[in-house]
Design a protein around this ligand. Structure first.
Ligand code: ZN
Length: 412
């Protein structure tokens, strides 16, 4: 049946093309339902094996979310969501799972139903599941927002206190994050309780209302935000070190390899040179240029090593600049820990080769039972980490190439 769907007939008429698109959508939903069953089964199997071998209850199933993520080529954070969704669907929401199985819900809409019922106890969650999804005909034509609204209304009717409690706990999730935007710009996003968010925006708008120096309203608001947070005028460089990795040729104007801003990613070398020139020109924030060179032929950075178990500061900086982001495949999270790939207690060295930049979650995951990580540096300087999970599945990640390193084009 699937072979039929996956083959492409160039002579098919338009209605056959539309029917093919609809059938494949149903197949994707059915595949998501099957993945949920397999995921919940893996979690249950792992927990019972670990229980039998005496692993304490609190430590059971620790790396499963990341194993699911690696198998799905997704980040560990999303792996956690996939695992949570699978367990909720299989153990608590059979009607939603059935709707997914026949394609009446997409994986995302099933996620919405699970998300909106997460604050309920298990009996109420089962009632919501039945009320929302037992008659799949009523799901026809419901968009994401309409489905979320229907689920919210049922949840509120079943247990208003649980819904209010959840809303009152939400401010605990307040946070600030950063991600790259096109043209060497960046988005700094704050997730805030609504009153604080609205008052920040109102304060910036007030500033724009009274300012008439030729800047646009958006520019005034952005400049005011920078000034109030950093305590300095927006057009002055900020006295916080911005780590820029750039090849010597590019710094001296001879090369045009991209430079890398730590915590941001690659930028054109001309922009990095401007940043460095600005910092050098500003006496309050002298640029510190750190030498991290090694063999010029390969572009590999110096191999550093320490006898101590704790990574010394120079090595910590080095690993952070080399790895740039968490080294677990697909993770992308900022680096929080610089730790041993092979643990120190098993003879792993405190060295640049055996050191890995990881986010906090991934560093704990790799310590779970049955996980093994090995790191090597090839002759051309490429640093590779190999992650082996408890099932024996094996995944690799390589450190991004350093600016100025001779490299093959990404698409090659
Ligand atoms: Zn990570």
């Amino acid at each position: 049946m699937f072979e039929n769907l996956l083959s492409f007939d160039p002579d098919a008429d338009e209605s056959a093309l539309i029917e093919g698109i609809a059938s494949l959508e149903r197949l994707k939903a059915a595949a998501a339902a099957r993945q949920a069953r397999l995921t919940a089964a893996l979690d249950a199997a792992r927990r019972s094996t670990e229980a039998a071998s005496g692993v304490p209850a609190a430590r059971r199933g620790r790396g499963v979310a990341t194993e699911v993520a690696l198998a799905r080529r997704d980040s560990p954070v999303r792996g956690g969501r996939h695992l949570g969704l699978a367990k909720a669907l299989v153990h608590e929401m059979p009607h939603t799972l059935a709707a997914l199985e026949i394609g009446a819900l997409s994986e995302w809409r099933a996620t919405i139903a699970v998300r909106e019922s997460a604050c309920l106890d298990i009996e109420d969650r089962r009632r919501l599941d039945a009320e929302l999804c037992s008659d799949v005909g009523r799901l026809d034509g419901l968009g994401d927002c309409a489905l979320a609204a229907a689920a919210k209304a049922i949840a509120y009717r079943l247990d208003p206190h649980a819904v209010v409690d959840r809303a009152s706990r939400a401010p605990q999730d307040r946070t600030v994050s950063i991600r790259p935007a096109p043209d060497t710009m960046t988005y700094v996003t704050a997730l805030l309780p609504v009153a604080q968010g609205v008052s920040i925006y109102a304060a910036l708008k007030r500033e724009a209302d009274v300012c008439c120096d030729g800047r646009s309203r958006g520019q005034v608001m952005a400049d005011t935000l920078v000034e109030r947070v950093t305590g300095r005028p927006a057009d002055q460089s900020v006295p916080i070190a911005v780590n820029v990795v750039i090849s010597d040729q590019s710094l001296l104007g001879a090369g045009n390899a991209a430079a890398v801003i730590a915590g941001y990613g690659p930028v054109p070398s001309a922009i990095a040179v401007n940043l460095i020139n600005d910092a050098v020109a500003d006496q309050r924030s002298w640029a510190t240029l750190r030498r991290l060179y090694a063999t010029p032929a390969t572009g590999a950075l110096v191999a550093l090593e320490s006898r101590a178990r704790i990574f010394p500061k120079g090595l910590v900086d080095f690993i952070g600049l080399r790895d740039q982001r968490c080294r677990t495949p697909y993770c992308d999270a900022p680096i929080r820990h610089r730790d041993h790939a092979r643990p120190h207690r098993l003879g792993g060295k405190t060295s640049s080769v055996n050191g890995l930049g990881l986010c906090e979650g991934c560093n704990y995951t790799k310590e779970a039972d049955g996980w093994k990580v090995d790191a090597t540096t090839a002759e051309n300087g490429t640093h590779t980490a190999e992650f082996t999970t408890p099932t024996g599945a094996c995944y690799h990640s390589t450190a991004p190439p350093m600016p100025g390193t001779p490299q093959t084009p990404f698409a090659a």
